[in-house]
Structure formats: C-alpha cells, structure tokens
Design a protein around this ligand. Structure first.
Ligand code: ADP
Length: 283
C-alpha cells in the first residue's frame, strides 16, 4: 500500500529535521503500528502520508505511484481519525455526519455505523452534550464515512472505557478482515499486541526497529523458561529453553513438585518500548 524510502522532513521554523531518513512499507491488508514516545515524529509522519505536509524529501509510493501525483481523489480512498475529535459542537451527531458525508462519492451507511459504535440513540444530541468517549466514537465513524481502503488512526481508543474500547478494536479488526489497511499510532501496548501485524518503533525522528510484535518479543526476550513451584515454600527456577529436553533438574521439578506457573521468557512490548526508544511509555 505504501513504500516510504528515506523520508526526511523539517518544519520551516525548526533548525533540525523532525523526520530523519525513515524507510518502511505498509503492506496491503495489514495493521501497521507506529510507536514511540511523544515528540519523536509519529504524527508528523502520519501528516505527511495524508498529504497535509508536502515539503519532504525522500520518496513515498502509494499503490506503487508517487504520493505527490495524487490529487483530491486521494481523500476519497483514505480515512483519518485524529486523536483530538473535531466536530461542530452546535450540531447533532447526525447533522455532523450528514455534513461530511456530502464530501464523499461513495459514503458509508451512517445508521449502521452509529449503531455499531453504540451511538444510535444519541444521534440527535448536540455534540456539546457528548462525553469525551462519545466524541471519540463519533470520530471513528467520521474516519469510516467514505468507505476508505486505508485508515490512519491516532490513539483510536484514547479516553474510552473498556467496553467502548472493545467495540472500536473489534471494528478495527473487522475493517482489516474486509481487506482494509491501517496505520495506527497508540501508547497502549495491549492494543498493539491485539491489533498490529507489524510495528515500527520510532525514536528521535528515526525508526529503530520494525517487525511483528511476536518476533520483537522473541528477539528482545530470553530463551529461558521460569518455573514457579511449591516445595515447602514457593520457589522459582529458570532453565535454558534450548536444552530443556535434556535438563534433569527441570524434569525432576515437573515430576515431583506442585507447579504454580510456567512462563517462557519472551519480553513484553512495554519493556521493548523502553529498551528500543530509551524512554518509559507513560502516556
Ligand atoms: P509525536 O506524534 O511522535 O508525538 P510529532 O510528530 O507531533 O511527534 O512531533 C515531532 C516533533 O516535531 C516535536 O519536537 C514537535 O515539537 C515538532 N513539531 C510538531 N508540529 C510542529 C509544527 N507545526 N511546527 C514546528 N514543530 C513541530
């Protein structure tokens, strides 16, 4: 869907480049996560890919063609869900959606989308009466309004309770299952685990790692297995995964002790975040 080669970008007022020669691809039908601490250039990268910023160097191909060669048609094909929902607050949800719907050639079914995100009964409420979570859900509907093939989502579950976050995550997965492609930014590593096929970790305007969450966990984890068991007191022993089949001490514990937990030592994405970017993920 996208091939980005050596992308570099500087805001006119700044001295230094914000994006410092990044390269990555987003495959057709995948959910690609762009991760990293605040201020490393994730939103700037998204803004470039949605053609809000065009004074970049390097090359961006969308469906094999230079992104710069696309005109307004591009906005018929992509959906954008920014982090801060922007709606007309004096209008109702339905009025908002009907306004934006007019911009698109093949709009989605508004009733269906409102029902899916659980805003069916609040469609005629003014946005000024909406809670933050309702606005976030409405924002997601806005992003889907033109039946896009490609979705750009910035923190799509931010501010949602677990039930509503679940609804949005299921809709993201359904979008993918129907053939859609997604570029996603989030600080929630559980969401990344659940949603992303591949992720890129950014730090200081560069990409430090790109891979599947699973491969990253294996790469940064230890090939160990930790066994927690009850002897007289609770004990934990750790064994080398590669020589497990010949490890008598391991077998002895398995055969003779009451096992409480067994875990292989792949790490989690939060630890990888800190290791790769050098910054705690505390957003
Ligand atoms: P992230 O999305 O990873 O939090 P951003 O892409 O928003 O990071 O910002 C990257 C850097 O670019 C930050 O240092 C930020 O201050 C700077 N920046 C963002 N927008 C502008 C702008 N309009 N003008 C100048 N600098 C900007």
């Amino acid at each position: 869907m996208f091939q980005v080669n050596n992308l570099t970008f500087k805001y006119p007022k700044n001295k230094d480049n914000t994006i410092k020669g990044i390269s990555f691809s987003i495959k057709d039908g995948e959910i690609f996560g762009l991760l990293g601490p605040s201020g490393v250039g994730k939103s700037t990268t998204q803004r470039i890919l949605i053609k809000l910023l065009d004074k970049y160097s390097g090359e961006i191909l969308y469906k094999g063609k230079d992104l710069k060669s696309y005109g307004k048609q591009y906005y018929q094909e992509i959906g954008v869900g920014f982090e801060m929902p922007v709606h007309f607050s004096k209008l109702t949800a339905l009025e908002n959606l009907n306004f934006f719907k007019k911009l698109y050639r093949s709009p989605a079914d508004i009733d269906k989308l409102l029902t899916l995100v659980g805003l069916d009964e609040d469609r005629n409420k003014k946005i000024s009466e909406y809670s933050k979570g309702m606005k976030v859900r409405l924002n997601f509907v806005r992003a889907l309004l033109n039946n896009p093939q490609m979705l750009f989502l910035d923190e799509p579950t931010n501010g949602l309770d677990p039930k509503n976050a679940r609804i949005i995550k299921n809709m993201i997965l359904e979008f993918k299952n129907n053939g859609g492609t997604i570029l996603l930014t989030t600080h929630l590593m559980n969401d990344v685990d659940e949603l992303c096929d591949r992720v890129a970790f950014m730090a200081q305007g560069q990409i430090k790692e790109i891979d599947t969450p699973k491969n990253l966990k294996l790469k940064h984890g230890q090939r160990k297995v930790a066994v927690e068991y009850k002897d007289e007191v609770i004990k934990t022993d750790s064994f080398d995964l590669d020589s497990l089949s010949t490890n008598e001490a391991f077998f002895n514990i398995i055969k003779t002790k009451k096992i409480i937990t067994i875990h292989s030592g792949e790490t989690n994405l939060d630890d990888i975040f800190i290791k790769v970017t050098g910054v705690e993920n505390n957003a």
